[in-house]
Design a protein around this ligand. Structure first.
Ligand SMILES: Nc1ncnc2c1ncn2[C@@H]1O[C@H](COP(=O)(O)OP(=O)(O)OP(=O)(O)O)[C@@H](O)[C@H]1O
Ligand SMILES: [Mg+2]
Length: 500
């Protein structure tokens, strides 16, 4: 119907399945802390959050602060060890959160008295809170986890913890007592999804109960102590309107994206790590009709589709014996037997690229996926190499033809050096010229300079193409007039600005 589709033979050559490194196993191994039962009470977390907001974020520590920290950790260690000796942690794990806190509070007060430790009431409260976080929660990470404005938490060994707030990476003074304290917290996180992290299986992916994505890599692979990375799950995902408000895209650009989502264009979202690909994909899915059957495939369920008719699938890493792995490719292939109208792949990074293109080509218009690449053109060549590396012995021209006949548009997201996230390209795939894929930019972001506070200034604009190839699609969905109007408006603005 749209003149571009062509079907590729259904025979799928056998492909090597990309190995997922993280092993999984039923919960095993003895932990020094009991499994977390429920979240630490809100007032405690709030107090800790306030402290952290007000005073804890620092860039450099004075010698004084280091000495104070050392003393504090020593006291805490002494009390903590005495506490561990005097309570039955497994019993504590079965108690209600509040009762467990009360129990810990009583014993800690007793220990402080017995050891004749001099402490003010507020110091004692802080210490108690810290110890409760260690025993019942995620230790020093608890206040960071409670904040919704943090995008990422990055722990590099026990003494350094960075966070990303408002696009900027900052060092916090959150610290772990020592490497084993950090490993305990990592262990506690991964044990919740039935996995284990130690020297013999040092890489592990997991998820927090709130949906945050976690990766742990432990020594000896991580040379300076375990590295823990958490992509915080935003309860309220950003909408396209918010992206406009933040300047990630202009309102005309957002209109083009809305139309792409609505008219069932096959869209690839490309970008670097943390550039906002998943967020953008989530925004685009908002314009899918409520009566369409959508199947999502993800490594870690991050998308939040609002439609009623959605089936969510998640991959599974192999267990410790190396068995039971379900790859993205398995999911995408299975999708095709589930009568999908659209297939959404959270991240394309292996041979599933082939199956996704097949799906896009065989009546599942409006399928979408994200991949890591620095430009729309690079996104297509990455797609090609994923298919080649997947073991398909297809000539590169065939793969390229397959790409051009499947993908309609590539949307590029980027995190700029000032920390802001922008949609830098909306480019459409036109077809082949000889051996080369021809693309054309519809919408671009130009960086113009830098303001006094070091933030980049720039402008989104249409490239003057008011009738892209997918306008035909837009006409079919009665959106052509809107598309042309948005592109023309943006182009007129750009011309006026250029003249002035
Ligand atoms: N346009 C934006 N403006 C401000 N913050 C944004 C924007 N887009 C995304 N974010 C925030 O940036 C963080 C990373 O976004 P997201 O998970 O979408 O990135 P990603 O490219 O999918 O990352 P990864 O490569 O790790 O999967 C999230 O906390 C998200 O809320
Ligand atoms: Mg993502």
């Amino acid at each position: 119907m749209f003149g571009k589709r062509q079907t590729f033979g259904g025979n799928t050559p056998g492909a090597g399945v990309a190995p997922r490194p993280q092993p999984s196993a039923p919960a095993s191994g003895s932990l020094t802390v009991p499994a977390r039962t429920e979240a630490v009470p809100k007032p405690v977390v709030d107090a800790a959050v306030n402290r952290l907001r007000n005073e804890d974020i620092v860039d450099v520590r004075s010698a004084d602060a280091i000495a104070r920290d050392k003393e504090y950790f020593q006291t805490k260690s002494a009390i903590f060890n005495a506490l561990i000796d005097s309570i039955d942690l497994s019993q504590l794990a079965t108690m209600e959160q509040e009762a467990a806190r009360e129990e810990i509070r009583d014993i800690v007060a007793e220990i402080i008295a017995l050891k004749s430790i001099v402490m003010s009431i507020s110091e004692q409260e802080d210490l108690l809170e810290d110890i409760c976080n260690d025993v019942l929660g995620y230790g020093p990470l608890e206040p960071l986890l409670a904040r919704d404005d943090i995008a990422d938490i990055m722990v590099n060994g026990s003494q350094k913890c960075y966070i990303e707030v408002g696009g900027k990476v900052k060092l916090t003074n959150v610290r772990f007592r020592d490497d084993s304290h950090l490993m305990n917290v990592c262990q506690r996180i991964v044990s919740q999804v039935g996995r284990r992290v130690d020297e013999s299986s040092p890489i592990c992916d997991a998820r927090l109960p709130d949906g945050s994505r976690v990766n742990v890599i432990a020594p000896p692979l991580a040379i300076d102590g375990a590295a823990l990375t958490i992509r915080k799950f935003k309860k309220d995902k950003l909408t396209l309107q918010q992206l406009v408000k933040y300047g990630s895209i202009s309102s005309e650009g957002a209109e083009v994206l809305r139309i792409l989502g609505r008219v069932r264009a096959n869209v690839l979202i490309s970008g670097g790590t943390g550039s906002g690909k998943t967020t953008l994909l989530n925004c685009l899915t908002a314009f899918i009709d409520r009566d369409e059957r959508v199947i999502t495939c993800e490594d870690s369920a991050e998308l939040q589709l609002q439609q009623p008719h959605v089936v969510r699938l998640e991959t599974r890493p192999p267990n410790l014996e190396g068995e039971g792995e379900i790859t993205m490719r398995d999911l995408v292939k299975n999708c095709l037997r589930m009568r999908p109208e659209r297939i959404i792949v959270g991240e394309v990074r292996g041979p599933e690229a082939f199956d996704l293109l097949q799906a896009m080509n065989t009546g599942h218009d409006g399928s979408m996926g994200t991949l890591h690449a620095n430009s729309p053109r690079e996104a297509l060549s990455r797609l090609e190499s994923m298919i080649t590396m997947g073991g398909y012995s297809l000539p590169s021209r065939t793969i390229r033809e397959m790409i051009t006949s499947s993908i309609d548009v590539v949307v590029q997201a980027a995190r700029l050096r000032d920390g802001s996230r922008r949609i830098t390209h909306i480019s459409e795939v036109l077809g082949m010229e000889g051996e080369t894929i021809v693309m054309q930019d519809i919408f671009l972001y130009d960086i113009l300079g830098e303001d006094q506070s070091g933030n980049l200034t720039g402008r989104h604009h249409s490239t003057g193409i008011t009738k892209p190839q997918f306008a035909e699609r837009a006409r079919y969905f009665n959106e052509e007039a809107n598309l042309v109007e948005a592109l023309e408006r943006s182009n007129i603005e750009q011309q006026t600005l250029l003249k002035s």
